[in-house]
Design a protein around this ligand. Sequence first.
Ligand SMILES: [Zn+2]
Length: 326
Amino acid sequence: MSKLPETRLRRLRRTESLRTLTGQPFPTLGKMIWPVFAVEGENQRIEIGSMPGQFRMSADELCRAVEPLAEQGLGGLMLFGVVDEALKDAGGSYAFADNGLVQRTVKTLKAGFPDLTLFTDVCLCGYTDHGHCGALHAGTEIDNDKTLVLLQKVALSHAAAGADGVAPSAMMDGQVAAIRRALETNGYTDTVLMSYSTKFASALYGPFREAAESSPQCGDRKAYQLDPSDPRQALRESKIDEEEGADILMVKPATFYLDVISKVRENTELPLAAYNVSGEYAMIHALANSGGGDLHALARENLAAIQRAGADMILTYWANQYEQIF
Ligand SMILES: [Zn+2]
C-alpha cells in the first residue's frame, strides 16, 4: 500500500535523466541481427512493398548497405536467398549448390566484413517448387528424416562458404542434432548453431513470404511449426534443441510471444534470440502511416519490450534504421 507522502514514485520519473538512471538500457545495435535478402546480379536494390525500408539486394548493394551499419557496431546479419523459380525443384537442391546464390553471397560478405557475424538461414522453402520446408513423400506430407539429410547439406555448404553461424528454421524433428553431427564430422567445429527452436505457425509471416517468395503452394506449415496455443510444446522444443547441441535458441515471432520468450529464458542458460518478424514490422508501419503513432517511438517501445521479456539478441528489420530510432 502506498503511503503518501513518503512513497511518491513520480519522484523518480520527474526528469529524463532520472528516468534513464532508474530504467534499463535500450538494446544496442550490437544486440541486433539484420535479416537480409540476397538476389542475383549487380546494382539490384528492389524495395519490398509490404516492408518499407527493406530491399532485396544483389551482393554489391548488400555490401554498400551493410558498411555503415558494420561501422556503427551491428551485431550480425541473417542471410536469406531469393532465387529464380526455374532453380526450384522437389528437394530444394539449389539450397546446397556449391556455388549457389547464398554460398557466393556469404563469401562476398565475409571478404568485405570479416569481423561481422554472419548467420545463414538453413531451410528449403525458398528452394522447393512446392514451397514447403522439406521434401514431400505423399501429398503434402513432409518426409522428416529425408529432409534432415538435405538440411545437413545446406548447413555444410554455408559453413564451407564461411558463414559464422547456421540457423535451421525448418522445424523438423532432430534437425539440430543432424546438423551438429554433420558440422563436427566435417571439421566445422567453430560454426555456431542458432536454432529457430521455438517457431510458431504464425499469421505474421506474410510480408516475409512476399520478400522471400517462399509461400507454400499447397497446404500450410501447421504440421511442423508450433501451434500458437501451445506454450508447453514451445518449451519442449527449446529444451530438445538445447540437448541436441544448439548454441543459441530462438523464439519466433517475438511481440505476440513475449510470455514464451520469458519462459524459455527462465528454462535455459543458453543465449536466447527473438525474431521480430515481418508482420510485426509492417504492423508498426501501418499504424504510423495511418497517423496513429510515431514510427520511431513505436519501434523503440517494441524493441525494448522484446529485450525486457528476456531476449539477448533481436533479429529485426529495424536494425538498418537504428540511428533514427534511438
Ligand atoms: Zn522454411
